[in-house]
Design a protein around this ligand. Sequence first.
Ligand code: NVA
Length: 313
Amino acid sequence: MTRHFLRDDDLSPQEQQAVLARAARMKADRFADRPLAGPRGVALIFDKPTLRTQLSFSVGVAELGGHPMVIDGNLAQIGTRESIADVTRVIERQVAAIVWRTYEQDRLAEMASYSGVPVVNALTDDFHPCQILADLLTITEHKGRLAGLTMTYVGDGANNMAHSYLLGGATAGMHVRIGTPSSHQPRADIVDAARDIAAGTGGSVQVTDDPVAAVDGADVVITDTWVSMGQESEAGDRKGAQSPFAEFALDSDLVGRAADDAIVLHCLPAYRGFEISADVIDGPQSAVWDEAENRLHAQKALLAFLLEAGAGA
Ligand code: NVA
């Protein structure tokens, strides 16, 4: 059975732990595993802007012994120039895996339904699960564990990062808190799914419109841009003087409500003076550069896992 990674809960708690443990080993011994030796190709398709994802998947595929093939979604025009089904049938015969950054989650699910090789979500409007794996690896490095820790995300609660923290954090047995205005709540079905997962892992889920309550005593404090890719036309409303997110800005006062040894994460790109202040992201509690590097290690481990799982290993 081909295994895909379309959303965070496509990995069971045990599988997520295994991927994270493997990522730590791969980080310690970076060139030891070569499951893509051949080299086998991996298609990296981008319908939206990218820096970290293109970089980390390209480097990662090469380090696994494979050949990264970046495909510009604006040239490929998947779903308009030709159907998702036809594109997938062409690509899957030539590569070991397909990594796709696109808009609607349904597009990714449709590709997976036609693909005999793993399809990996490299960010959609709904989820960014590779980023959460990197974040969980980073938290483990700094805190020594995941289960039982409180991870708070403040800002746009309806975006891909909030949704992935809910599912991925609950899978890890964490207490996930989302601090967001009532106008930007996470999707109810995702909150419900996260609560179901948390019931089995010992984690919990809390969504609040009170930023101080959200951050109070947290071990990890996280934010993300207020204007996600595809929302550029709303930038004025989202970042202006009347921003609904203004009181959720991660500044030193708000971080001061967290545990004294709390770490701060941000998936980047960051907009200092909006969702995060410069003294926080550039300050001593920030782990964002570890977090950005850990995309590489987490995604290498994920690819290795998916390839083995699909091969029945
Ligand atoms: N929420 C952001 C994440 C960027 C990595 C976006 O979708 O643009």
